[in-house]
Ligand binder design. Sequence first.
Ligand code: ATP
Length: 352
Amino acid sequence: MGSTECTEREHVIEVTDLRRVYGGGFEAVRGISFHVKRGEIFALLGTNGAGKTSTVELLEGLAPPASGRVRVLGHDPYTERDMVRPRTGVMLQEGGFPAELTVTETLRMWAGCVSGAGPVEEALALVGLQGRATVRVKQLSGGERRRLDLALALLGRPDVLFLDEPTTGLDVEGRRDTWELVRSLRDAGTTVLLTTHYLEEAEALADRLAILHAGRIAALGTPAEVTAAQPSRISFRLPEGYALGDLPPLPELGVCGHETRADEIRLHTRQLQRTATELLLWARRAGVELRELDVRSASLEEAFLGIARESSAPSAPHDASTVAQRGAFAAARRGLFAAGGQNGEQDKERAA
Ligand SMILES: Nc1ncnc2c1ncn2[C@@H]1O[C@H](COP(=O)(O)OP(=O)(O)OP(=O)(O)O)[C@@H](O)[C@H]1O
């Protein structure tokens, strides 16, 4: 078995020391490494401007990296685009469909650009848009357009699916339906890489995730691993006449940090069971009621906010030409996909 086949079977996406530098020298992606296994859902999270889209565009083969390596299905998505593109489905943040076409016409048009496209009706049914088949795109709601985006990404029955904020604009039910669909695609063997701003979405869907901040990976692992790296929290109020100093010494309770706000005390601990037990034993011995007692493990949201706070060094300021380039790239990206995913000269220019 060749090494390419081996890599493809184990790591459908491989990213090593990846860097992306825009014209003007701004380094948006600063040496990141991760992999995604076959049949895994991997979420890329991050603050605004963290580098998620810049990374995904390299994975989609829209530009070459400044340095480092990307492999998708064992191939370089930029130089071996023909090997990769037919097996990937891409859901962009903005589809940019012709407004006058109906839903079915849009899918048929796209099916003509996709190799090995499945039936249009199949894609429609997957995203629950059967009832809207004859409606013009301009009459769709924002959520329905997102679902049409997803249907387009699924038309070619891809092995790898890139989803850029797939549920933005969907109502709660639409979001849950999309999660179900993404899970069933994963269970059928599709590898999914998604970006999202919804932490509950990452928590609900992702097998593994990376939190990007200022172009670097600040956390990587399963949702449980990422949250376990953050301290848990115990908060309570003491009765009048009691203060923090009445508690046993905090290190003896396994506490690694604390805050007080009026009569509310918050203890941070990496040994939740030990701290909670010692605290409750003390309260019983002292005959003290811990009012509004709240014991909780760190959530992904807390981990995310902790990372954003810790590494909030300002990034390089952008001048007007950078902003203009960014807009031009986004427009070109839409055009590229609408033109059937052909790699063009524009790519090389943008990548310069
Ligand atoms: N074409 C471009 N030219 C120059 N700078 C760019 C370009 N595209 C993006 N950037 C900059 O690179 C950084 C990363 O942007 P990117 O869009 O990858 O972040 P993101 O994590 O996807 O953000 P968001 O969550 O806001 O979509 C930002 O500072 C952004 O301004």
